[in-house]
Design a protein around this ligand. Structure first.
Ligand SMILES: C[S@@+](CC[C@H](N)C(=O)[O-])C[C@H]1O[C@@H](n2cnc3c(N)ncnc32)[C@H](O)[C@@H]1O
Length: 470
């Protein structure tokens, strides 16, 4: 964060109180600016407690140089509001008795006698700075049917982001949202001539924001950060799954300390301890010299009767340098083999397969998707069904067409850069968006084009793309 920056963290009652304490630690209590209550009235009622109808935004700055340009709003008071500044401005026209009368009216909050109304503002309405209680309705709520509504489960309104961005930034400043979701922050930042950064762990978010920014005419670049082993959003589950993917891995072999994830027992090489980065500790995701130093100097010397160890990594600092480091610093006779964990995962996941029929018709070509099989999605669905045994399990039809999010045809190239001649996106309700034009027509598994198509692209609802030559 720069000196002029502010941070807003939007949470609800589940976790807000704990995060406030963390934020005090990180930013300092003195830099705590507001707890903003964001209230709404939509959805559900509770009979056992007061309906929980607000979120909380913690607003901090880095120091005192933060940009702050609050919005004003017109507030309606039940009793008349008298602008005291105007009394000061008109003081010379008032007698002492007049002033006492006015003060009395202010105290009792009653209307002024008519003779003062000409010189003093007296109204049920006043223009004031927005306070720290925000009404969802005042920032234009998103309701299904609103044009900005993208069916992103936790989507916030553009009105909310607009208020925050206008208050805490100037044009051309950078607005970053590290849990960007539907991309509302990036979109509004673009509209308000700010630069933006959007991050999200979910592919659905990246696809949603990409389409949203394209439609808004924003210029942007998608950077893919490769740190990528996450079979499950819960790292512990991924660790458990990894244990089942490494061939012949045994866990808890006697004589091997817990530093090693497990061991592979090979008839020629004997016991080979295996090291796997701990996904619960983000610092271990990149294999670097200090980690290798620990392996070479602390772990290898303790191993007895071991000829070889296998070290799996997700990302590596500098492979050549690391291999040289191993060569120069390994004072044992134990061979250290490096293996990319991602290769292992690619081997176990079967790519999606598409079964398709292409027919010449009078107006061009009709391409019909007969079937999609996605091992990755089926694995995820199976895990979901196992976890939520009380709910009705998700059942996928034989042709699997409901797993498709997009189909596109390329009539120009049969390899290399993809050229979209036509594309159909299927929204969550099953309606078609053909070449960007929304419709209320259900997709029937077919896509039409006037020229002979060379390639078909299918994207599943998890974002995996499969390209098939026709
Ligand atoms: C409450 S939603 C944000 C909604 C967003 N403000 C909007 O209006 O659409 C939280 C988002 O954080 C993402 N997320 C969760 N864990 C994450 C992580 N570790 N890193 C980045 N994004 C994460 C989720 O995928 C989800 O899109």
């Amino acid at each position: 964060m720069s000196d002029t920056a502010s941070i807003y963290v939007h949470l609800d009652w589940h976790i807000g109180h704990y995060v406030k304490i963390l934020m005090d630690e990180v930013f300092g209590e003195d830099n705590f600016r507001n707890e903003i209550i964001y209230g709404y009235r939509i959805q559900g009622i509770s009979k056992r407690n007061f309906p929980k109808k607000h979120d909380t935004l913690f607003y901090y700055s880095l120091n005192d140089d933060y940009v702050f340009k609050p919005e004003k709003e017109i507030v309606k008071y039940e009793k008349p509001f008298i602008d005291t500044k105007k009394i000061d401005a008109n003081l010379s026209k008032l007698t002492d008795k007049d002033i006492l009368t006015i003060k009395d009216c202010i105290e009792k909050q009653v209307a002024l006698p008519d003779k003062f109304k000409a010189i003093l503002f007296d109204s049920h309405f006043a223009e004031v700075y927005v306070r720290d209680v925000w009404d969802h309705d005042a920032t234009k709520p998103i309701i299904s049917g609103a044009t900005e509504y993208l069916q992103y489960a936790t989507q916030k309104s553009e009105g909310l982001l607009s208020r925050i961005i206008k208050a805490s930034s100037n044009e051309n400043m950078i607005v970053a949202d590290f849990f960007g979701g539907s991309g509302v922050t990036a979109k509004v930042a673009h509209d308000l001539v700010r630069r933006f950064i959007h991050c999200d762990v979910g592919i659905h978010s990246i696809q949603t924001v990409r389409d949203r920014l394209k439609e808004a005419g924003a210029s942007f670049q998608i950077l893919e950060i490769q740190d990528g082993v996450s079979l499950f959003s819960n790292p512990q589950q991924t660790m458990d799954k990894l244990a089942t993917l490494i061939p012949s891995l045994q866990r808890g072999v006697e004589g091997i300390v817990v530093f090693w994830f497990g061991s592979i027992v090979d008839s020629k090489l004997g016991t080979m301890p295996v090291c796997v980065p701990n996904l619960l500790n983000s610092q271990e995701k990149v294999l670097d010299m200090p980690q290798m130093n620990q392996i070479l100097n602390q772990e290898l010397p303790d191993l007895e009767d071991v000829k070889k160890v296998i070290v799996y990594y997700i990302d590596i600092d500098d492979e050549k340098e690391l291999k040289k480091f191993i060569h120069d610093n390994n004072n044992t006779n134990i061979e250290v083999e490096l293996q990319d964990l991602k290769d292992l995962l690619h081997d176990v996941v079967i790519e999606d397969s598409v079964n398709v029929k292409c027919n010449a018709i009078d107006s061009g070509f009709e391409v019909e998707i007969l079937e999609l099989f996605s091992d990755r999605l089926m694995q995820k669905i199976e895990t979901f069904n196992q976890k939520s045994s009380t709910k009705t399990p998700i059942v996928i039809s034989d042709d699997g067409l409901e797993l498709i999010e997009l189909v596109a045809l390329d009539c120009e190239n049969d390899s290399g850069a993809w050229h979209s001649s036509t594309a159909i996106k299927i929204d969550k309700l099953g309606f078609m968006v053909k070449d960007g034009v929304k419709s209320k027509i259900f997709w029937d598994g077919k896509i039409y084009v006037d020229k002979q198509p060379k390639r078909l692209k299918v994207r599943n609802i998890s974002g995996d793309e499969t390209v098939k030559n026709l």
